[in-house]
Ligand binder design. Structure first.
Ligand code: AMP
Ligand code: TRP
Length: 327
């Protein structure tokens, strides 16, 4: 029996190379040895304000990009969260078992809510409960995510453990799986900050659908430092981040990479980096174009994915309802 993998991605902003290197690339490679469920989490997206038309289009774009990146909807289940109603329902049930104190410790909420003050939605606070529902509905064992999501996966595990200790064995306990390289890609403009979809700067992230010229221009403007050496030195976050991107796209080892650029200037290095990333993204961009040539294709793949996900989710939900004594 293959282990069950679940992961989710929000249909907001533009998917960037941080999402690709920190998450999507691993999801693709895990299809061989695991039984995968991948979800476009639109219900998570509305925890902050969204334009309806943009949201609707982004759901399809993200799904298309996942497939273009190599998620095979035959082998893996790929679906949209709101198409399977059990997600909202289990989130409510879990709400009644997750202590307020656990949620108050979530660092992502603390960071995100600073900006929004009292306007912050209850949904944003409750986000980890919905995420726990996503994971637990599919008896997930492994959750591949970037480092920033580790705390949320641990909360899902704790919630499952707590429920199991009250009602007996109900949920499988999930574990986060954090990739070693590229787990945290930083912003090009501000390399001490994680590359993020919600960052406004036009020079912040390389998006998966960026044209070659845009990629060249963004790398050319990337923040570095006034030193010269091109080395993996964590104290120099700009050049460290660019080297990490180069390494993950090319597969070249650290020492070999440092040797390759020994005595070269930042300008030459950035040009070479841009070409590696352009070539790395080219096959993905071509497949995306093919997929979206027929506008109904993605919708029918997603409908099929939801049809496969639904019975799995409903079976778990029924088990939980019965344990609690509902209905
Ligand atoms: P999000 O953009 O928050 O929907 O994240 C989707 C997935 O990409 C999650 O598994 C994140 O942990 C991962 N991710 C997001 N930003 C980065 C980043 N800068 N570096 C590495 N992984 C990331
Ligand atoms: N919160 C995750 C993120 O922003 C997305 C997500 C939602 C997720 N549900 C999930 C990831 C379940 C893994 C498992 O990146």
């Amino acid at each position: 029996m293959k282990k069950r993998v679940f992961s989710g991605i929000q249909p907001t902003g533009d998917i960037h190379i941080g999402n690709y290197l920190g998450a999507i690339k691993y999801w693709v490679s895990m299809q061989e040895n695991y039984d995968n469920v991948f979800c476009v989490v639109d219900l998570h997206a509305i925890t902050v304000p969204q334009d309806p038309k943009v949201l609707h289009a982004k759901i399809r774009e993200v799904a298309g990009l996942l497939m273009a990146a190599g998620i095979d909807p035959q082998r893996s289940i790929l679906f949209v969260q709101s198409h399977v109603k059990a997600h909202s329902e289990l989130a409510w049930l879990l709400n009644c078992f997750i202590p307020m104190g656990w949620m108050q410790r979530m660092t992502q909420f603390k960071e995100k809510s600073v900006k929004q003050k009292e306007q912050v939605s209850v949904g944003l606070f409750d986000y980890p409960a919905l995420m726990a529902a996503d994971i637990l509905l599919y008896d997930t064992q492994v959750v591949p995510v970037g480092e920033d999501q580790k705390q949320h996966v641990e909360l899902a595990r704790d919630a499952a453990g707590r429920f199991n200790s009250i009602y007996g064995d109900t949920f499988v306990l999930p574990e986060p799986l954090i990739p070693n390289v590229g787990a945290r890609i930083m912003g090009l403009d501000e390399p001490t900050k994680k590359m993020s979809k919600s960052e406004p700067g036009t020079n912040h992230a390389i998006n998966l659908l960026d044209t070659p010229d845009t990629i060249r221009a963004k790398f050319a403007r990337a923040t570095t430092d006034s030193l010269r050496e091109i080395r993996f030195d964590e104290k120099r976050p700009g050049i460290f981040n660019l080297l990490t991107i180069y390494q993950t796209f090319s597969g070249i080892g650290k020492q070999e990479l440092e040797a390759k650029f020994e005595g070269k200037g930042y300008g030459d290095f950035k040009k070479a980096l841009a070409e590696v990333v352009i070539e790395g993204l080219r096959p993905l961009q071509e497949r995306y174009k093919e997929l979206t040539a027929d506008p109904t294709r993605i919708d029918s793949i997603l409908a099929e994915g939801a049809n496969r996900a639904r019975p799995l989710a409903e079976r778990t939900l029924a088990r939980v309802q019965q344990k609690i004594g509902l209905g």
